[in-house]
Design a protein around this ligand. Sequence first.
Ligand code: ADP
Ligand code: MG
Length: 464
Amino acid sequence: MQSDHNTAWSSCLLKIKDDIGDQGFETWFKPIKPIKLENKVLTIQVPSQFFYEYLEEHYVHLLRGVIDHQLGRDFRLEYSVVVDTGDAANKPFTINLPNNPGRTSGNGYGNKQDVRRDLSSFELFGYDFRLNPAYTFDNFIEGDCNRLARSAGYAIAQRPGVTSFNPLFLHGGVGLGKTHLVQAIGNAIANGADRKTVHYVSSEKFANQFYDAIKNNRIQEFSAFYLKVDVLIIDDVQFFEGKEKTQEIFFHIFNHLHQSGNQIIMTSDRAPKDLNGLMERLVSRFKWGLTADLLQPDYETRIAIINRKMQADGINIPANVIEYLAYSVDTNIRELEGVIISLIANASLVKKEIDLELAKQTLKSIVHDIDSEVGVDYIQKTVSEFFKVSIDQLKDKTRKKEIVMARQLAMYFAKEYTSLSLKAIGYHFGGRDHSTVIHAIQTVNDMYDTDASYKKATDDLRKN
Ligand code: ADP
Ligand code: MG
């Protein structure tokens, strides 16, 4: 056992993989090499200083938990960082990971008041209710997509239980900031002057606690625990669907808390009316206060989020890369963040500055639908070769007939073969707007139907 660092680390990796998404795992844990296990210290090698800092900042709790669980609480983790000397004879040096966040005193994790508070009140049957201090209003970017939700949340944070926004019900798709926002509200209240008790729990965890309570005959304790909180945050209530007993007890807790003027905050991936398998009287209560939705972030908000993220990590990237990312990743904020993080990690792995080329490579390797489809670059290259015009000419302002025709066809194929929006396609053609792209597609369709030689050229090109 002493020397088997590979086995030890593999067992940790299994747990870690369970806990975080594929992307985080690939980016941050795949490149790690276990080096040795001696005197209850597991040493792992990471490729750069940045890696070390990132892991320490974002995954220290996870790592500590996994080490506790897989190896034992008296085991420690140490990093061996490969110093960037620019040649093959890299001499790794070792830094100790402050890997005891839960048990050491003031160490920068959370605020010190939190550490001093009675931790036992944040646990029930071994489940933890603490908020994640990383989610704040400060780092929640405001945009059209979240303005109502954010301002309601902000009002609640100032006067919990007193505004008419009780309950607050936030809904929206995955990765749009529901958890971030409700935790920001919770953190603001918990750190406020009245030191109110804020409990954050996912509805799944709530349901599991409830099952434990039933199993162990501790329902009394379960209810009492929830009835004494000042602010209850229940994340992802869609998990209550079809769970009648759980809804029943939640209904009871909800009524009691609401009547005594305590704040209730809920999130869901759907609006109350679209929740199926939920008791009608519960759904009607969800609508008592304010219901607000979070939408997909618009372009400007995405730019702001990228800028903010880069600033927080102390990284500068060129404006064209920021625009490229904002145009290309328009699904949700979690995905956008994932791409940014992978990009930073890639830059640190290949020891290069972040530029457009690297951004494109990164996006290709992680966003699967981009990976499996023909890219705009490829379409532009094929079209330019076919018509013997340069790629630059496809993107510039030239109005020469052959070039306009080539450009329009390239846009047409970009629409057909990629999942890019019209706006994004315009961006790849010298920053044209979406109406130009629409016009191009219409022209191609018209010509295709009316001009036989045009039709043939288009069909030949499609084969390429
Ligand atoms: P959801 O709970 O809706 O699935 P999350 O709250 O987990 O989404 O958000 C996903 C990621 O995006 C988190 O890392 C979060 O910090 C970030 N995020 C979401 N909205 C914003 C925003 N408006 N500003 C900054 N970061 C955001
Ligand atoms: Mg969430």
